[in-house]
Design a protein around this ligand. Structure first.
Ligand code: CO8
Length: 257
């Protein structure tokens, strides 16, 4: 499989996607989003991959949807063409964990792409924003829905209505990102996190992802019931026998994946 707008590689059990449209600060278009989808399809089908990393460049994770491409759109172009969003949810539907490693700008669709991932690890240079209002549009790929869930209503309103950027320190304080690291350590840190995840039992990793995501879609009682059922099912796994036996025998577990 060859790609034009992303770089795709594997590092051990981690699948890595690097957005690669440097001249446009990784602005997102249909082809780029489709390529991300294809890379995810490949990693998802590959039993040797346990976690996925999406990153950009030092200057930009992604500076949003391609404004030049959208500038002359009519309503019908946007609606019928389903620009950018036709394959957008593929990141969300990926059953293996996806980590976003963000340096520089993560704006508009770039911020929305990062928010679709399961964990955001930010470089100290990261800047998050939903500046669509300055273009006479609004966030269209999850910004008004995922941002308030991540940072609360007040900050989400502030960012979407004023178009101000949030730096990495504020983003961590607000709960948008899980860790902030020096920019030159970003990929190593994010790969370390991905490698740790990929070293565990893949079915258990997938169950945890599914259960946490369920908490956003259900009442607490429904979510707790879902978690309990999935928890019980973990006892059907060889990996549970191995994990607990290894603890008892004071050795490292060797999971099947
Ligand atoms: N689209 C297209 N090109 C872009 C974009 C973009 N979003 N962002 C940057 N570029 C290009 C610039 O045009 C420039 O190209 P060139 O060198 O040919 O002039 C190059 O990247 C470098 O950019 P700058 O010279 O502007 O670099 P600066 O360091 O001065 O500024 C900024 C960096 C602050 C990131 C600035 O480029 C900027 O404000 N970019 C736009 C940010 C933005 O508004 N993003 C939101 C876009 S709308 C969106 O994402 C909606 C998503 C909804 C999807 C669903 C659609 C239906």
């Amino acid at each position: 499989m060859s790609y034009e707008l992303i770089l795709v590689e594997t590092r051990g059990r981690v699948g890595m996607i690097t957005l690669n449209r440097p001249k446009a600060l990784n602005a997102l278009n249909d082809n780029l989003v489709d390529e991300i989808g294809k890379a995810l399809d490949g990693f998802e089908a590959d039993e040797n991959i346990g976690a996925i990393l999406i990153t950009g460049s030092e200057k930009a994770f992604a500076a949003g949807a391609d404004i030049g491409a959208m500038a002359t759109f009519s309503y019908m172009d946007a609606y019928k063409g389903d620009y950018i969003t036709r394959n957008w949810e593929r990141v969300k539907t990926c059953r293996k964990p996806v980590i976003a490693a963000v340096a520089g700008f993560a704006l508009g669709g770039g911020c929305e792409l990062a928010m679709m991932c399961d964990i955001i690890i930010a470089a100290d240079t990261a800047k998050f924003g939903q500046p669509e209002i300055k273009l006479g549009i609004l966030p269209g790929a999850g910004g008004t829905q995922r941002l308030p869930r991540a940072v609360g209503k007040a900050k989400a309103m502030d960012m979407c209505l004023t178009a101000r950027f949030m730096d990495a320190v504020e983003a961590e304080r607000a709960g948008l990102v899980s860790r902030v690291v020096p920019a030159d350590k970003l990929v190593d840190e994010a790969l370390g996190a991905a490698e740790a995840i990929a070293s565990y039992s893949l079915p258990v990793v997938m169950m945890i992802k599914e259960s946490i995501n369920r908490s956003f879609e259900s009442s607490l009682n429904e979510g707790l019931l879902f978690e309990r059922r999935v928890f019980h099912s973990a006892f059907a796994l060889k990996d549970q026998k191995e994990g607990m036996a290894a603890f008892v025998e004071k050795r490292k577990p060797s999971f099947d994946h």
